[in-house]
Ligand binder design. Structure first.
Ligand SMILES: [Zn+2]
Length: 151
């Protein structure tokens, strides 16, 4: 739930930034112009080259912010929300039957899980596979208890 809350928060902040930029653009130019030839008010977009260019740049910035939100979210731990670390390449095209297709694995530095992402997206964009591991401290403590009981 925290994972999706973080994404919603980032999307909310980027939406607020985009809305603020658009409000700033519209405060510099009035969004509507009066066309004397036709006798009505219409949007400045498409008639005023400078306004249309600035709104086009604003659109690219907005799409870039949304892309950054989703891209950042993909490489975060699903439990602690920290950035995933230590990418390693596994698999081999030459020995695919033995070790599998090439993929990149990221791990959470605190041992919460592993993200496995295919190196080559053959059949479209595939979602990376998140494998959650158990609590590493509990496993470590359990193994220490076993050692204590044996001795
Ligand atoms: Zn984690």
């Amino acid at each position: 739930m925290r994972y999706w809350g973080l994404l919603a928060g980032k999307l909310g902040v980027s939406t607020a930034i985009s809305y603020g930029l658009l409000a700033l653009i519209n405060s510099l130019w009035s969004p509507q112009i009066y066309l004397i030839k036709y006798g009505w008010k219409t949007s400045r977009f498409g008639f005023d080259l400078a306004y249309t260019l600035v709104v086009g740049v604003w659109f690219l910035i907005t799409v870039g912010l949304l892309y950054l939100c989703v891209w950042d979210q993909r490489y975060r731990c699903r439990v602690c929300l920290r950035r995933l670390r230590m990418p390693i390449t596994t698999g081999s095209w030459g020995r695919m039957l033995l070790v599998g297709r090439p993929r990149i694995e990221y791990i959470c530095a605190y041992g919460h899980g592993t993200l496995k992402q295919e190196e080559l997206q053959i059949s479209g964009l595939e979602n990376p596979e998140w494998t959650e591991s158990g609590d590493p401290w509990q496993e470590l403590c359990a193994s220490l208890k076993d050692i204590d009981e044996r001795s």
